[in-house]
Design a protein around this ligand. Structure first.
Ligand code: GLU
Length: 282
């Protein structure tokens, strides 16, 4: 069966060569017979800008990539994320967390052996053990809260899970390293982890291609799919493009943008060759 793949950038800045490589990887994995989709991950309204979305479309067109219409914009699907949260809540797998970042840091500092997950230290669980009356009172008082997944309860519900990586084979899902992950933040209706599984299912994605930096996240995504009764795709985690110093390209480090490379006269083919030469080992 030909695959349905996607490229899922966030419009928080201009694309760099690492993005181009991710987009090429997804488009090629779909091949001529499959479908290559585009998703704009703009759920974080404070960091996303429409002009960056326009620039993404322009860069992809310049690279010669064609995606199937129509693109999916996360900000237009907030009700679906709320629905997924509702399903998890109905299973009694979510709890409100009122902790500030500072409180969590202090608690972790007091327990230096706290396990460290891919997204940072696992949450120590302060709000998991709050009495229901206290929860209700704090919500009624208007205190802001995030929603966390009760990971131990979630694992008890689904049991052992596996997922398949195209290059690395079958993996036993180990979402427990994340601890009680945030699925909705105080200031954002859904976390990346929740939105991505809802989106991939809604778009019918059968092969998730993305960077090797997101390999650990797949363990958690597999769990969320099981809890939400979503179809399970296959995954491929491609190598990352490094800069001249051997460090992975990142927007926050000011990686040279495709627009700058284009203005300097590089062709898409030359950039493809440069990306291939600059891949970090897996
Ligand atoms: N939006 C993510 C990024 O820009 C990609 C997420 C994914 O492919 O699952 O890194």
């Amino acid at each position: 069966m030909p695959d349905i793949t996607r490229f899922a950038p966030s419009p928080t800045g201009r694309l760099h060569l690492g993005h181009a490589y991710a987009a090429w990887s997804a488009a090629e994995a779909a091949g001529a017979a499959g479908r290559f989709l585009l998703r704009i991950e703009d759920i974080d309204a404070s960091r996303c800008r429409p002009e960056f979305e326009a620039a993404i479309l322009e860069d992809l067109a310049w690279l010669g990539l064609k995606w199937q219409q129509s693109l999916r914009r996360q900000s237009e699907h907030l009700a679906e994320y709320a629905g997924a949260l509702g399903s998890l809540r109905a299973l009694d797998l979510l709890y409100p967390c009122f902790c500030t970042r500072r409180e969590i840091q202090d608690e972790i500092a007091r327990a230096p052996s706290a396990p460290h997950g891919p997204d940072g230290p696992a949450y120590p669980g302060r709000c998991r053990v709050l009495a229901p009356v206290e929860r209700a009172a704090r919500i009624a008082a208007g205190e802001a809260y995030a929603l966390r997944l009760d990971l131990a309860a979630a694992l008890r519900r689904v049991g052992a899970l596996r997922w398949h990586d195209h290059d690395r084979g079958w993996q036993d899902a180990r979402p427990e390293v994340f601890g009680d992950i945030v699925l909705a933040r105080k200031d954002s209706p859904a976390s990346y982890h929740l939105a991505v599984v809802v989106d991939d299912a809604a778009q019918g994605v059968t092969l998730v291609t993305r960077g090797a930096d997101l390999f650990p996240a797949t363990h958690l995504h597999r769990l969320l799919q099981a809890l939400l009764g979503l179809p399970v795709p296959e995954w491929r985690h491609h190598r990352l493009v490094a800069d001249a110093q051997g460090k992975r390209l990142a927007k926050r480090d000011g990686a040279t943008t495709l627009a700058t490379l284009r203005a300097a006269g590089h062709s898409p083919d030359a950039l493809r060759a440069l990306a291939e030469r600059s891949l970090l080992p897996l």
